[in-house]
Ligand binder design. Sequence first.
Ligand code: GDP
Length: 140
Amino acid sequence: MVKQRTLSIIKPDATKRNLADAINTKIKEGGLNIVARKDMQLTQDQAGSFYEVHKERPFYGELVEFMTSGPVVVQVLEGEDAVAKYREVMGDTDPANAAPGTIRAEYAENIGANSVHGSDSEENAKIEIGFFFDETELAG
Ligand code: GDP
């Protein structure tokens, strides 16, 4: 099995409720290691370009507003099959459909304020990691 990396963001609804530690416990229980972390407040420009792929979707404006509404925790996760594994640990986008025990089932407020982001493919993971981290921050 090959080690893979994926990008996770703990979203403002979760940081506001002090859930970062609880979410990181679930991430580690899922067999993923946290190899880099940045606590930050996203600007409108950063959130807008990070979610550029959703630009045409009706919730884009709401999503950018939400992602800039409070602090976020941006992390690189590493492990076997990390992209798929983290999608599993997060649960469905809509918490109403998320499997019991997943982060979104336990903590998400609704389909928008759903506590976490995770890359959806290995290719996007590389792009998203590069959006927040440079090589020197990811050494080792
Ligand atoms: P993800 O890969 O599971 O995060 O889901 P998507 O790529 O489909 O959507 C990206 C993010 O946009 C989601 O995590 C939500 O925060 C937000 N989002 C998706 N669908 C909706 C929606 O119907 N309404 C709102 N307000 N936000 C949404």
